[in-house]
Design a binder for this molecule. Structure first.
Ligand SMILES: *[C@@H]1O[C@H](CO)[C@@H](O)[C@H](O)[C@H]1NC(C)=O
Ligand SMILES: *[C@@H]1O[C@H](CO)[C@@H](O)[C@H](O)[C@H]1NC(C)=O
Length: 179
């Protein structure tokens, strides 16, 4: 009986460990390519996603390559929409990419259903300081309140409070600058 309980216990640990790793084994990165819209951002350093913040990036599309992901973003610089493509390169850690942009960043895909939403988690390191940014993106310009609420909960799990989450659907996201 004790042995049975131990096995059961181990199974639960194993299942949980698998859930904790950002994406499951059958995750197909190719399927995240194409057009996306920035829906919401979260950060434990709020000013980075506020107006003129370096992480206030409005996504247009993702291009998937063997060892990298290209993100075409629009930023508002001096009140004008400015295009920038950033490339995240695969690191030794599965599912983790890195990019030099306003410091050194590593990011992972936390969750996606490919057809509706995707969430990213990024850690920025600069001048010996660290902050986190999370992003929610949709295939359409807006997402259901259920998905948005899931994003709030997920952010809270990473220690980002609700007050530090910004809904981008009612701000200028440079939609007119998209192709
Ligand atoms: C996406 O953005 C890239 C630039 O990164 C561009 O070359 C490409 O044509 C865009 N469109 C699609 C559908 O990938
Ligand atoms: C953002 O930058 C613009 C132009 O540089 C400036 O006019 C505006 O006040 C800034 N906004 C904030 C919230 O700092």
């Amino acid at each position: 009986m004790k042995l049975l309980l131990l096995c059961l216990g181990l199974t639960l640990v194993c299942v949980h460990a698998e859930e904790a790793s950002s994406m499951s084994r059958n995750f197909n990165v190719q399927k995240i390519s194409g057009y996306w819209f920035s829906i919401a951002g979260a950060s434990d350093k709020r000013e980075t996603i506020e107006e003129n913040g370096s992480m206030r990036a409005f996504l247009e599309n993702i291009t998937v390559s063997e060892n990298s992901l290209d993100f075409k973003f629009h930023f508002i610089v001096n009140e004008e929409c400015t295009e920038m493509t950033l490339t995240g390169y695969k690191t030794e850690k599965p599912g983790t990419y890195s990019v030099n942009y306003d410091g050194f960043n590593t990011f992972t895909i936390l969750d996606t259903d490919y057809d509706n939403y995707i969430t990213f988690h990024l850690i920025n390191k600069k001048d010996g300081e660290t902050f986190q940014v999370m992003g929610l993106y949709g295939r359409q310009p807006d997402l259901s309140s259920d998905i948005k609420e899931e994003f709030v909960k997920l952010s809270e799990e990473y220690g980002i409070v609700r007050e530090n989450i910004i809904d981008f659907t009612n701000v200028n996201r440079c939609l007119q600058a998209r192709e």
